[in-house]
Design a protein around this ligand. Structure first.
Ligand code: NAD
Length: 477
């Protein structure tokens, strides 16, 4: 499945920039080695500093998001600052208990013995973020990094330059440079970063760059978390409450003008359901964004003109029952909410992740075909099912593979700190949010202890003769 091509055009950093980056990494490694980031109290203090910083810079951040993506204030307050704020509070509430070593059972054969699992920090980490939720997807992983007791270098996306600058200001002003440093820039800067040795690289973005990151990480055997994308399907079953389903799908699709990694990419239903669902979809768009979405204060913009061109190229006006290319405005980076019907599996819109405000409707003959279609493609980041039937939900849970499966809703499950978020296969590896974020930024180290007396291990020492041999023979049959 093709991913959107990376936006970043090569730039040339001066040699001073290279040494500055190397200095940043060295400084963070030194403070990590000194143990600065380990104590619970210090982690909580950094999380609080981050929370206060976000509150203090709220205006700056919201303005930057509006500048880069035309993000409506309320939408940004929910999906960017709100989600991050909740995550900080959830982590602060639970960090002490997450950090407590877990008791393990070594088993009878090792007895007497005890063992525990300790979550130790990975070390100095690198977080590379994309442009679509430029704040959430930079600070979300950072919360996990801090919670885990790591130092971190953040590389925000240059494609959302105002937010990148605002984030750099936020972190440099409010966080301890012994913990967190920001490197702004594009391909050249990221390439220099990727040459350095990190203890974990957390990358969010497209699969093409994901592969570059994984290749660079392999050089130092650095573990990577890859949060990628893909075509997240929706299946709407017969007998579903279509009015509510339509609202939830429309909201999930057109939030951030469709530039959401887990946006419902395309919709499958039987022709009969599509026919009944369509008026509800049209009504839902109108109820949320009005008759003229261009005037709606709640409808976002496309990040860059070249993305406008890419998304417009996926629209077939003959199939558009709402929106279409005629209503678009390249200079304003506006594409209207667009719904296409009678879409075929080999239409251009099905060739890549849409990542824009187009909802294609595809006819299938039932849940079995929908499952087969999903299974035939790459593993998506999320799959959505609206069905009144438990057995249909179960069918998707058992027979399709995706980062997550959401039943009866879109997007909302990702806002919960209690649910891990991540992909599988082509949609990525590793997950975060809440406890999962703490876990992915730590190494689970078993610590096992056995008293020297009695020396029960004597049993396994050679020579293996007589009673010992017989006993071992029985124990390890
Ligand atoms: P992007 O263009 O901002 O790229 C992401 C990061 O990679 C940026 O920081 C950029 O500087 C860096 N980068 C770009 N080219 C590079 C190169 N050649 N070498 C090294 N670094 C490079 O964002 P994008 O990739 O266009 O983001 C959109 C994609 O991300 C979509 O596929 C979407 O589904 C996916 N996504 C996934 C998640 C998730 O959580 N799983 C979230 C958001 C977006």
């Amino acid at each position: 499945m093709a991913s959107p091509t990376p936006d970043a055009a090569p730039t040339t950093p001066d040699p001073a920039q290279r040494s500055a980056i190397i200095e940043d990494v060295t400084a963070l490694r030194t403070s990590f080695d000194a143990g600065t980031t380990r104590p619970l109290r210090a982690r909580l203090a950094q999380l609080t500093a981050l929370e206060r910083g976000i509150a203090a810079e709220r205006e700056l951040l919201l303005t930057a998001l509006a500048q880069d993506l035309g993000k409506p204030r309320t939408e940004a307050a929910i999906t960017e600052l709100g989600v991050v704020g909740q995550e900080i509070r959830e982590v602060r509430r639970n960090l002490a208990s997450w950090m407590r070593p877990e008791r393990l059972r070594p088993g009878l054969l090792l007895s007497p013995a005890s063992a525990q699992l300790r979550r130790e920090p990975m070390g100095t980490t690198l977080i590379i973020a994309p442009w679509n939720y430029p704040l959430n997807l930079t600070l979300g992983p950072l919360i996990g990094a801090i919670a885990g007791g790591n130092t971190a270098i953040l590389k925000p996306s240059e494609v959302a330059p105002a937010t990148s600058a605002a984030l750099a200001h936020l972190l440099r002003t409010h966080l301890d440079p012994d913990w967190v440093r920001v490197v702004e820039g594009a391909v050249e800067e990221t390439t220099i970063l990727l040459e350095q040795r990190f203890d974990l690289i957390f990358y969010t973005g497209n699969g093409t760059v994901g592969r570059i990151v994984a290749r660079a990480a392999a050089e130092h055997l650095t573990p990577t978390v890859l949060e990628l994308g893909g075509k997240s399907p929706v299946f709407v079953d017969e007998g579903t409450d279509l009015k509510t389903a339509a609202r939830r799908i429309v909201w999930g699709k057109f939030t951030n003008a469709g530039q959401t990694c887990i946006a419902p990419d395309y919709l499958m239903a039987t022709p009969r359901t599509i026919e009944k669902l369509t008026p509800h979809l049209l009504r839902a768009v109108r109820a949320m964004y009005g008759k003229d979405p261009r005037r709606s204060p709640d409808y976002g913009r496309i990040v860059a003109e070249r993305h406008v061109d890419r998304v417009l190229g996926l629209i077939d006006d003959d199939k558009a029952i709402l929106g279409g290319t005629a209503g678009a405005d390249r200079a304003e980076r506006f594409i209207p909410p667009t719904i296409m019907t009678d879409v075929a599996w080999d239409d251009p819109v099905m060739g890549e992740e849409i990542f824009g405000p187009i909802l294609p409707l595809l006819a299938v003959d039932g849940p079995e075909e929908a499952v087969a279609r999903i299974a035939a493609g790459e593993k998506p980041l999320t799959a959505y099912v609206f069905s009144p039937r438990r057995e249909v939900e179960e069918l998707f849970a058992e027979r399709t593979s995706s980062g997550s499966l959401a039943l009866g809703m879109t997007l909302a499950h990702v806002g919960s700190s209690g649910i891990p978020f991540g992909g599988v296969g082509e949609s990525g590896m590793g997950a975060y949010h809440g406890r999962a974020g703490f876990e992915v930024f730590t190494h689970a180290k078993p610590v096992a202890r056995k008293p020297l007396r009695p020396d029960t291990l004597r049993l396994v020492y050679p020579p293996y003769t007589g009673l010992r041999k017989a006993l071992l023979g029985r124990l390890f049959r």
